[in-house]
Design a protein around this ligand. Structure first.
Ligand code: UDP
Length: 311
Protein backbone atom coordinates (compact mmCIF):
# COMPACT_ATOMS: atom_id res chain seq x y z
CA UNK A 1 0.00 0.00 0.00
CA UNK A 2 1.16 3.51 -0.83
CA UNK A 3 -0.67 6.26 1.03
CA UNK A 4 -0.66 10.06 0.84
CA UNK A 5 -1.57 11.92 4.03
CA UNK A 6 -2.26 15.63 3.58
CA UNK A 7 -1.66 17.53 6.79
CA UNK A 8 0.65 14.67 7.74
CA UNK A 9 2.78 16.83 10.03
CA UNK A 10 -0.23 17.90 12.09
CA UNK A 11 -1.61 16.41 15.31
CA UNK A 12 -3.83 13.73 13.76
CA UNK A 13 -1.93 13.46 10.46
CA UNK A 14 1.32 12.54 12.21
CA UNK A 15 -0.37 9.84 14.32
CA UNK A 16 -1.86 8.44 11.09
CA UNK A 17 1.63 8.41 9.50
CA UNK A 18 2.83 6.30 12.45
CA UNK A 19 -0.12 3.93 12.31
CA UNK A 20 0.06 3.32 8.56
CA UNK A 21 3.82 2.77 8.66
CA UNK A 22 3.19 0.17 11.38
CA UNK A 23 0.60 -1.43 9.07
CA UNK A 24 3.30 -1.69 6.36
CA UNK A 25 2.29 1.22 4.13
CA UNK A 26 4.70 3.48 2.31
CA UNK A 27 3.58 6.90 3.52
CA UNK A 28 3.90 10.23 1.72
CA UNK A 29 3.33 13.03 4.20
CA UNK A 30 2.34 16.36 2.63
CA UNK A 31 2.19 19.55 4.69
CA UNK A 32 2.92 23.26 4.31
CA UNK A 33 3.58 23.61 8.07
CA UNK A 34 1.12 26.49 8.57
CA UNK A 35 -0.17 24.69 11.65
CA UNK A 36 1.78 21.42 11.28
CA UNK A 37 5.18 20.90 12.86
CA UNK A 38 8.26 18.96 11.68
CA UNK A 39 8.79 17.90 15.33
CA UNK A 40 5.71 15.65 14.95
CA UNK A 41 7.39 13.63 12.18
CA UNK A 42 11.07 14.07 13.07
CA UNK A 43 11.26 10.44 14.26
CA UNK A 44 10.13 9.26 10.78
CA UNK A 45 12.74 11.13 8.75
CA UNK A 46 15.16 8.55 7.35
CA UNK A 47 12.59 5.73 7.55
CA UNK A 48 12.52 3.93 4.14
CA UNK A 49 8.71 3.82 4.25
CA UNK A 50 8.38 7.57 4.78
CA UNK A 51 8.63 10.61 2.47
CA UNK A 52 7.89 14.20 3.39
CA UNK A 53 6.82 16.75 0.77
CA UNK A 54 6.36 20.42 1.66
CA UNK A 55 3.36 21.54 -0.38
CA UNK A 56 0.22 23.66 -0.07
CA UNK A 57 -2.60 21.35 -1.20
CA UNK A 58 -4.72 24.25 -2.43
CA UNK A 59 -2.29 24.22 -5.41
CA UNK A 60 -2.10 21.38 -7.96
CA UNK A 61 -0.80 18.24 -6.23
CA UNK A 62 1.81 16.19 -8.06
CA UNK A 63 2.75 12.75 -6.75
CA UNK A 64 4.76 10.40 -8.99
CA UNK A 65 3.81 6.73 -9.17
CA UNK A 66 0.83 4.78 -7.90
CA UNK A 67 -1.26 5.65 -4.87
CA UNK A 68 -3.64 3.32 -3.06
CA UNK A 69 -5.04 5.74 -0.47
CA UNK A 70 -5.32 9.49 0.13
CA UNK A 71 -6.16 10.67 3.64
CA UNK A 72 -7.09 14.35 3.46
CA UNK A 73 -6.29 15.86 6.87
CA UNK A 74 -4.83 19.24 5.89
CA UNK A 75 -6.66 22.12 7.63
CA UNK A 76 -6.30 24.51 10.51
CA UNK A 77 -8.37 22.80 13.20
CA UNK A 78 -8.58 24.95 16.30
CA UNK A 79 -10.95 27.91 16.64
CA UNK A 80 -8.16 30.46 17.10
CA UNK A 81 -6.30 29.05 14.08
CA UNK A 82 -9.24 29.33 11.77
CA UNK A 83 -10.10 32.78 13.08
CA UNK A 84 -6.53 33.87 12.27
CA UNK A 85 -6.45 32.00 8.95
CA UNK A 86 -10.02 32.32 7.65
CA UNK A 87 -9.19 32.38 3.92
CA UNK A 88 -6.66 29.53 4.14
CA UNK A 89 -9.23 27.50 6.11
CA UNK A 90 -11.88 28.03 3.41
CA UNK A 91 -9.37 27.35 0.64
CA UNK A 92 -7.98 24.11 2.06
CA UNK A 93 -11.48 22.73 2.72
CA UNK A 94 -12.68 23.65 -0.77
CA UNK A 95 -9.77 23.97 -3.25
CA UNK A 96 -7.55 21.57 -1.26
CA UNK A 97 -10.28 18.92 -1.11
CA UNK A 98 -10.87 19.40 -4.86
CA UNK A 99 -7.16 18.86 -5.62
CA UNK A 100 -6.94 15.81 -3.34
CA UNK A 101 -10.10 14.27 -4.86
CA UNK A 102 -8.80 14.96 -8.37
CA UNK A 103 -5.61 13.12 -7.49
CA UNK A 104 -7.63 10.20 -6.04
CA UNK A 105 -9.61 10.00 -9.29
CA UNK A 106 -6.46 10.13 -11.45
CA UNK A 107 -4.67 7.45 -9.40
CA UNK A 108 -7.71 5.26 -8.70
CA UNK A 109 -6.96 5.72 -4.99
CA UNK A 110 -9.30 5.32 -2.03
CA UNK A 111 -10.01 8.75 -0.48
CA UNK A 112 -10.76 9.49 3.18
CA UNK A 113 -11.92 12.97 4.22
CA UNK A 114 -11.30 14.29 7.73
CA UNK A 115 -14.59 15.97 8.48
CA UNK A 116 -15.77 17.26 11.83
CA UNK A 117 -18.49 17.51 14.45
CA UNK A 118 -18.51 21.20 13.47
CA UNK A 119 -20.74 20.24 10.52
CA UNK A 120 -23.47 19.99 13.21
CA UNK A 121 -22.70 23.58 14.33
CA UNK A 122 -24.50 24.59 17.53
CA UNK A 123 -26.66 21.46 17.50
CA UNK A 124 -30.37 21.35 18.21
CA UNK A 125 -30.34 17.53 18.34
CA UNK A 126 -28.49 15.75 21.14
CA UNK A 127 -26.46 13.56 20.93
CA UNK A 128 -25.64 14.12 17.26
CA UNK A 129 -26.33 11.22 14.85
CA UNK A 130 -24.98 11.26 11.28
CA UNK A 131 -28.50 11.93 9.91
CA UNK A 132 -28.62 15.35 11.61
CA UNK A 133 -28.05 18.21 9.11
CA UNK A 134 -26.77 20.67 11.71
CA UNK A 135 -27.29 24.27 12.75
CA UNK A 136 -24.48 26.36 11.27
CA UNK A 137 -24.20 30.11 10.72
CA UNK A 138 -22.59 30.49 7.28
CA UNK A 139 -21.41 34.04 8.05
CA UNK A 140 -20.30 33.64 11.69
CA UNK A 141 -16.61 33.51 12.62
CA UNK A 142 -16.63 29.68 12.84
CA UNK A 143 -18.43 29.42 9.50
CA UNK A 144 -15.10 29.46 7.64
CA UNK A 145 -14.29 26.03 9.09
CA UNK A 146 -17.79 24.60 9.33
CA UNK A 147 -18.83 25.56 5.82
CA UNK A 148 -15.48 24.51 4.30
CA UNK A 149 -15.92 21.05 5.84
CA UNK A 150 -19.58 20.88 4.79
CA UNK A 151 -18.53 21.77 1.23
CA UNK A 152 -15.72 19.18 1.45
CA UNK A 153 -18.28 16.50 2.39
CA UNK A 154 -20.56 17.55 -0.51
CA UNK A 155 -17.64 17.45 -2.96
CA UNK A 156 -16.50 14.06 -1.67
CA UNK A 157 -19.99 12.59 -2.16
CA UNK A 158 -20.18 14.17 -5.65
CA UNK A 159 -16.84 12.57 -6.65
CA UNK A 160 -18.12 9.28 -5.29
CA UNK A 161 -21.46 9.43 -7.08
CA UNK A 162 -20.39 11.09 -10.33
CA UNK A 163 -16.82 9.82 -10.81
CA UNK A 164 -17.08 6.58 -8.81
CA UNK A 165 -14.19 7.52 -6.50
CA UNK A 166 -13.99 5.12 -3.53
CA UNK A 167 -14.54 7.61 -0.69
CA UNK A 168 -14.91 7.65 3.11
CA UNK A 169 -15.91 10.52 5.43
CA UNK A 170 -15.06 10.56 9.13
CA UNK A 171 -16.72 13.17 11.37
CA UNK A 172 -14.17 13.73 14.09
CA UNK A 173 -15.32 14.95 17.52
CA UNK A 174 -13.04 16.69 20.05
CA UNK A 175 -9.81 14.70 20.20
CA UNK A 176 -6.77 15.23 22.41
CA UNK A 177 -3.37 13.75 23.05
CA UNK A 178 0.36 14.18 22.47
CA UNK A 179 1.38 16.44 19.52
CA UNK A 180 -1.37 18.99 20.02
CA UNK A 181 0.21 22.44 20.06
CA UNK A 182 0.29 23.69 23.64
CA UNK A 183 -0.81 27.15 22.44
CA UNK A 184 -3.41 26.17 19.85
CA UNK A 185 -6.12 27.66 22.06
CA UNK A 186 -8.19 24.52 22.39
CA UNK A 187 -9.41 23.66 25.84
CA UNK A 188 -7.30 20.54 26.44
CA UNK A 189 -3.87 22.06 25.68
CA UNK A 190 -4.96 25.31 27.37
CA UNK A 191 -5.99 23.66 30.66
CA UNK A 192 -3.08 21.19 30.71
CA UNK A 193 -0.40 23.80 30.10
CA UNK A 194 -2.07 26.09 32.67
CA UNK A 195 -2.15 23.22 35.19
CA UNK A 196 1.55 22.46 34.58
CA UNK A 197 2.48 26.13 35.04
CA UNK A 198 0.22 26.59 38.08
CA UNK A 199 -1.83 29.25 36.28
CA UNK A 200 -5.60 29.80 36.53
CA UNK A 201 -7.78 27.76 34.18
CA UNK A 202 -9.39 29.97 31.52
CA UNK A 203 -13.06 28.99 31.31
CA UNK A 204 -14.95 30.66 28.47
CA UNK A 205 -18.45 31.82 29.45
CA UNK A 206 -20.07 30.16 32.48
CA UNK A 207 -18.49 26.79 31.60
CA UNK A 208 -21.87 25.08 31.26
CA UNK A 209 -21.22 24.21 27.61
CA UNK A 210 -20.44 20.53 27.10
CA UNK A 211 -17.85 18.59 25.10
CA UNK A 212 -16.93 14.88 24.87
CA UNK A 213 -13.19 14.19 24.61
CA UNK A 214 -11.65 11.27 22.72
CA UNK A 215 -8.05 10.13 23.18
CA UNK A 216 -6.02 10.16 19.97
CA UNK A 217 -5.20 6.40 19.87
CA UNK A 218 -8.92 5.56 19.99
CA UNK A 219 -9.64 8.02 17.19
CA UNK A 220 -6.85 6.65 14.97
CA UNK A 221 -8.17 3.11 15.45
CA UNK A 222 -11.66 4.27 14.36
CA UNK A 223 -10.26 6.03 11.29
CA UNK A 224 -8.18 2.99 10.31
CA UNK A 225 -11.23 0.74 10.57
CA UNK A 226 -13.28 3.18 8.48
CA UNK A 227 -10.56 3.21 5.81
CA UNK A 228 -10.78 -0.59 5.59
CA UNK A 229 -14.60 -0.60 5.60
CA UNK A 230 -16.93 -0.19 2.62
CA UNK A 231 -18.89 2.73 4.12
CA UNK A 232 -19.21 5.78 1.87
CA UNK A 233 -21.50 7.92 4.01
CA UNK A 234 -20.19 9.91 7.00
CA UNK A 235 -19.38 8.11 10.26
CA UNK A 236 -19.01 9.85 13.64
CA UNK A 237 -15.86 8.91 15.54
CA UNK A 238 -15.53 10.29 19.05
CA UNK A 239 -15.98 9.50 22.72
CA UNK A 240 -19.55 9.93 24.04
CA UNK A 241 -18.33 10.66 27.60
CA UNK A 242 -19.81 14.18 27.90
CA UNK A 243 -19.06 16.81 30.51
CA UNK A 244 -19.34 20.54 31.03
CA UNK A 245 -16.20 22.62 30.64
CA UNK A 246 -16.38 23.42 34.37
CA UNK A 247 -16.46 19.70 35.16
CA UNK A 248 -13.51 19.23 32.83
CA UNK A 249 -11.60 21.98 34.66
CA UNK A 250 -12.25 20.08 37.92
CA UNK A 251 -11.09 16.75 36.44
CA UNK A 252 -7.88 18.28 35.12
CA UNK A 253 -7.07 19.59 38.60
CA UNK A 254 -7.75 16.18 40.17
CA UNK A 255 -5.61 14.31 37.63
CA UNK A 256 -2.76 16.86 37.75
CA UNK A 257 -3.13 17.00 41.54
CA UNK A 258 -3.29 20.80 41.67
CA UNK A 259 -5.78 23.37 42.96
CA UNK A 260 -6.18 26.36 40.68
CA UNK A 261 -8.45 29.32 40.24
CA UNK A 262 -10.96 29.46 37.43
CA UNK A 263 -10.47 32.60 35.33
CA UNK A 264 -13.61 33.49 33.39
CA UNK A 265 -13.19 34.76 29.81
CA UNK A 266 -15.88 35.78 27.31
CA UNK A 267 -17.61 32.98 25.42
CA UNK A 268 -16.57 33.07 21.74
CA UNK A 269 -19.36 33.78 19.22
CA UNK A 270 -21.23 30.68 17.98
CA UNK A 271 -19.47 28.43 20.52
CA UNK A 272 -21.60 25.24 20.49
CA UNK A 273 -23.53 24.82 23.78
CA UNK A 274 -23.56 21.03 23.70
CA UNK A 275 -21.70 18.31 21.81
CA UNK A 276 -21.76 14.54 22.11
CA UNK A 277 -21.30 11.99 19.35
CA UNK A 278 -23.92 9.33 18.71
CA UNK A 279 -21.55 6.45 17.82
CA UNK A 280 -24.19 3.78 17.15
CA UNK A 281 -23.10 3.61 13.49
CA UNK A 282 -19.36 3.27 14.27
CA UNK A 283 -20.17 0.51 16.78
CA UNK A 284 -22.31 -1.36 14.25
CA UNK A 285 -20.28 -1.10 11.07
CA UNK A 286 -16.72 -0.73 12.43
CA UNK A 287 -17.14 -2.69 15.67
CA UNK A 288 -15.42 0.32 17.22
CA UNK A 289 -15.82 2.14 20.51
CA UNK A 290 -13.32 4.19 22.52
CA UNK A 291 -11.26 2.36 25.14
CA UNK A 292 -8.95 4.90 26.82
CA UNK A 293 -10.41 6.43 30.03
CA UNK A 294 -10.15 10.23 30.34
CA UNK A 295 -7.81 9.96 33.32
CA UNK A 296 -5.30 7.80 31.43
CA UNK A 297 -5.42 9.96 28.29
CA UNK A 298 -4.98 13.18 30.27
CA UNK A 299 -2.00 11.70 32.16
CA UNK A 300 -0.31 10.76 28.86
CA UNK A 301 -0.96 14.22 27.45
CA UNK A 302 0.27 15.96 30.61
CA UNK A 303 3.47 13.93 30.34
CA UNK A 304 3.91 15.06 26.72
CA UNK A 305 3.36 18.76 27.52
CA UNK A 306 5.67 18.57 30.51
CA UNK A 307 8.54 17.50 28.25
CA UNK A 308 7.54 19.76 25.36
CA UNK A 309 7.26 22.85 27.56
CA UNK A 310 10.37 21.88 29.55
CA UNK A 311 8.44 22.12 32.85
N1 UDP B 1 -12.70 26.75 26.16
C1 UDP B 1 -12.47 27.26 27.44
N2 UDP B 1 -11.22 27.71 27.76
C2 UDP B 1 -10.17 27.68 26.89
C3 UDP B 1 -10.40 27.15 25.61
C4 UDP B 1 -11.67 26.70 25.28
O1 UDP B 1 -13.41 27.31 28.26
O2 UDP B 1 -9.07 28.12 27.28
C5 UDP B 1 -14.04 26.24 25.83
C6 UDP B 1 -14.60 26.71 24.49
O3 UDP B 1 -15.32 27.91 24.62
C7 UDP B 1 -15.50 25.55 24.12
C8 UDP B 1 -14.81 24.34 24.73
O4 UDP B 1 -13.91 24.85 25.71
O5 UDP B 1 -16.77 25.69 24.69
C9 UDP B 1 -14.00 23.52 23.73
O6 UDP B 1 -13.21 24.41 23.01
P1 UDP B 1 -12.13 23.95 21.95
O7 UDP B 1 -11.51 25.19 21.41
O8 UDP B 1 -11.24 22.96 22.58
O9 UDP B 1 -12.91 23.18 20.83
P2 UDP B 1 -14.35 23.32 20.13
O10 UDP B 1 -15.07 22.13 20.61
O11 UDP B 1 -15.04 24.59 20.57
O12 UDP B 1 -14.03 23.32 18.69
Amino acid sequence: MRTLITGGAGFLGSHLCDRLITEGHDVICMDNLITGDMDNIAHLIGNQQFTYINHDVTEYIYVAGELDNILHFASPASPIDYLELPIQTLKVGSLGTHKALGLAKAKGARFLLASTSEVYGDPLVHPQPEEYFGNVSPIGPRGVYDEAKRFAEALTMAYHRYHGVDTRIVRIFNTYGPRMRSNDGRVVPAFLSQALRGEGLTVFGDGSQTRSFCYVSDLIEGIYRLLLSEEHEPVNVGNPYEMTILEFAQKVQEIANVELQVVTKPLPQDDPKIRQPDITKAKEILDWSPKVPLEEGIRETLHYFKIKLKL
